[in-house]
Design a protein around this ligand. Sequence first.
Ligand code: ADP
Ligand code: MG
Length: 718
Amino acid sequence: MPKSDLVSLEKLEPLFNPRSVAIAGASGRIIEPYVYDVTTAPMVYLLTYGYKGQIFPINPKYEEIRGYKCYPSISAIPEEVDVAIVLLPANTVIDFLKECGKKGVKGVVVTSSGFAETGDEGKLNQDNIREVAEKYNMVVLGPNCNGFINVSKGIPVTFTPVVDQPKLVPGEIAFISGSGATLSGIAQRAKEWGMQFSYLVGTGNSAQLDEADCIRYAIEDPATKVVMTMIEGFKNGSKFLDVADLALKKKKPIVALKVGLSEAGVKMAASHTGKLAGSAKVNLAAFKQKGVLMVEEINDFILSAQIFTQTSLPEGDGIGVLSSSGGSAGLAVDLIEKEGLRVGELSPESHKELSDTIRWFATAKNPFDFAGQFLRDETFVPKVCDIFLNDPDISVLVMVMTALQAHEPVILKQMIEAQQRHKKPVVILYECGELTPEMDKMVKDSNIPFITSPKECFKVVGNLIRYSQFLKRAKEVAPVVDIPAGARDKALDVISKAGGHVMERESKEIIAHYGIPVTGQKLATSLEEAQAAVKYIGYPVVLKIDSPDILHKSEFGGVALNINNDKELKDAYGAMLKKVKSVAPKAKIRGVLVQEMARGDGVEVIVGVTRDPQFGPTLMFGLGGVFVELLQDVSFRICPITLTDAKEMIRETKGFKLLEGFRGSLRADIAALEEAMVKFSRLAMDLESQVKETEINPLLVLPEGKGVKALDARVVLG
Ligand code: ADP
Ligand code: MG
């Protein structure tokens, strides 16, 4: 760990913490007072931030710029250069990079646009950037990016005006963004809200370094506690997931604003599973699986990252709500439910204590409405806060403040003190107008989470709770599921013997090697052989056509169920061949598969794996039949999955209720299903380079204790 293609920290260090910076294309134009310009800004910013390393402006037109000797080219600089920032037109970039390479520059920030974003030719030039970088062992940020700011060390290598006055103050949040303009905009807003950063990095088109590399660098730095990232699209999703694993291990939350969820993967897929695996859904699932918090909106993005620098993590998931308004408390409860969160339940002791504290109309419950009791008694709010925060089922306390005039600063102060007295997170949801300067100062000085929109508040609180649950889940070691020895070799053997035609028969052999139970089966090429097979399998049986040209057997009359005696066998055998020959006259028929007929109560589910273009083999789970097609009631995880993942996947679908035993039906063997899913995901990983898609449809989940059985399977070679 980390494996994949992450760029090494040793190579990133001189980029993000350079001892010298060259500015190619620096402008010598000096206007006082300073007017912003892309070509003057980087140098001005380095000076403003008191950069302690060396600065080398490059521009043949000037002898010196702002008192610094200016060089005609990078090679003319007599000293070592760690980083060069390029403010030159696209067509000069490659030559400049080569010169940098020869000079031994370690990192280059290419701000120039006109690469992959413009089309095929631009893309070729962009590939060229990566090649040159690799050839000379350099790292390159961009092209089409606005650079980075190492705020911790006061090093801006950028032209983004977000570094302008007031200066950025070092903090604990790293913000890594594909889009530079969005980075600047969001960072500007965050800065105005009092948020402080450790790093701001615009990765642009990511010719070489991408978000994952930069996030990795940031989380390895003790200065960074939280990562915000905006991702437009993954070139290499698994690289990101590796970094997500690392971040979770280091307990550093990643809050991701993901845009441009492409559906490209859907079109490429041929199987059932494939069509259901929209990249958007897969993306969401991958984030959940790896403990990445996903947001859809800018304010949630900022506030969700910020809260991790303001409070401790909640132990549980129960939320306490205090309010001076019953209406606002009610709205809070609605939103808590909508977010899939939970209102905490006060213990009988807390309940009694609260009842004893109340004197008038209020009811002792969570959410708690003060009903004006604080007006005469300044000890009231602190007492209630203590009761709530001492209760074992209250993990986060939200104070919904409505207009209380002169009492507002008093209550705010009391809440800040309550937060300091207890270890649990306390959040202010302020549903009034502008803060007075006095209150604004209290909020900023105390750094108490302060949110003005109810919807944002519970999204943010939800993210706080979800993250602590991610950490808990990561700590639990999911039991290992054993795969029978030699499974992979045996499976590969089946594939090689199949001569390119892996149909149900071979597919079931493959999954059986992985320890997933399948129906007994025997191929028959004549009625006599079918009869002999029945002796071995026993009635009732199922007949299925075995043809490399027929994928959906039942659509061609190629499935006959519940055959109970020799007469039925003879009829069904003849009818099936006749029917198939009439509807698919060209289909090559290898024979008829005689199969054990699975009986009794059970729930048919579908378990499939497709190859997601961003994340690789991805497991899908859903109920079989109409539920999958009509309701799209499916869940996803990136392979390989753990038993915990399988548990979550099953419980995410509405179909879970059916498995649990709905209206008198027996509870299905969910544990066996979970185990089969893990085995299937291992199969998908083992055979990744041979297999494009694979699916068990249906997998019959028998009543508890009876296991599962694959009734049909399909391994698509690719
Ligand atoms: P298709 O190629 O059309 O998907 P299947 O093999 O999945 O054909 O069979 C269609 C349906 O028949 C299954 O969804 C399942 O309900 C039922 N079925 C198939 N095989 C068996 C079996 N061995 N025992 C019981 N039911 C079966
Ligand atoms: Mg089927």
